[in-house]
Write a protein that binds this ligand. Sequence first.
Ligand code: URP
Ligand code: ZN
Ligand code: ZN
Length: 479
Amino acid sequence: MTVLIKGGTVVNADQTLRADVLCQDGLIAAVGEGLDAPAGATVVDAGGQYVMPGGIDPHTHMQLPFMGTVASEDFETGTAAGLAGGTTMIIDFVIPGPQQDIMEAYHQWREWAEKSVSDYTFHVAITWWDDSVHEAMGTLVNEHGVNSFKHFMAYKGAIMADDEILVNSFSRAIELGAIVTVHAENGELVFRLQQELFDKGITGPEGHPLSRPPQCEGEAANRAIRIAEVLNVPLYIVHNSCRQSLEAITRARNEGQRVFGEVLAGHLLVDDSVYRHEDFEVAAAHVMSPPFRSAEHQAALWRGLQSGNLQTTATDHCCFCADQKAMGKDDFRKIPNGTGGVENRMEVLWHHGVSTGRLTMNEFVAVTSTNAAQIFNVYPRKGSISAGADADIVVWDPEATKTISAKTHFQKVDYNIFEGMTVKGCASHTLSQGKVVFADGKLDVERGAGRYVNRPPFASYYEALKIQAQRNQPTPVKR
Ligand code: URP
Ligand code: ZN
Ligand code: ZN
């Protein structure tokens, strides 16, 4: 299929230029002014619009089995919803259960994801440790295109990784040229606070944020950072929600440590008052971890994004409908944790980021696409409008407006955390692998068209680290 995107303004992370974009055989064939449409080409009129790299959401959980249920959004519906909002690739997570064989879990997730309609790839969670896990990490990096491993420092009694697991896994990752990622919350403290609150009779969703204060997150972020510092491994901290974790990241980066931070659209735009809503359904719909925070933390997160100390935006798209959230009607600890947003991330960030002057258009591209592509080593195949890149593109109409609602969204969940928000600026067309898959408000997708994207390890950077480590080797004292 050949598509010519004509008359638009190309916005990359590093520059803005008037150019047409020719897409052929799934790739960008040319970027330049006055390109002619080859015979039979579909022409997309991008006059007055921006042509940007398709979004990469580096943190989603489609059909995740979690807390006694399974997330309502699957890989087909979730990737389709992403395309409707201009997101053309997701990075989801393989999460083995305690003691589950890692390779078995990996193949299970690969099978679930085969129905995806856009490209996807996986971080793999390390939830327990023995020699087989050590070996599986090598197999995943060397044979299956995995270059990032995830560690949940919370969810005690389920998938929590303690310090021993972190140290083992971080050490193995550096040998393999992989990056490590963490969900930073002190799981022991959360467990204790949950119990205390419940014993005091606080059983509703208002107990959720009380049991997960920002200090729990700051402590875990700092611990992961210091472990990574000692072991000399690059670290990516997912869903930073508070000033404390941002400060830990900022401090480490100022010291020259290779630490990256992600922020969720939800944490930037939804505050913690939602947990005090009188309707259980509304309050429970917002239960996710870490929880939404106060305005003070939201302002800090925006500053983190503007200063470059936070590099990526995500959604942690993990949907549960009201009947699933009701599992925790009498006990907030049993409300399945998770909220959605893969469809809305780019438009809410444009509206509240670019239109407010907080972010330039180029910074918008960086934080919605390019930085994730670079951190997870798929750049410039993804995250770039340039010849040779995958033709994953969003044509963005800065004048279009829409009001977000669960009644009209494509996402397979009965609630939208941005319900009622009117945004100006949204995707008019989305191209995936060079095919127009979203236009005029309608999806035209094919089940299974999405491809698994291999991500190679960070070989050259790790070689440099090894040389540096050798240089810093202590010598034994001769006695
Ligand atoms: O509440 C959340 N975030 N659910 C999904 C699992 C996770 O912690 O990312
Ligand atoms: Zn998490
Ligand atoms: Zn998550």
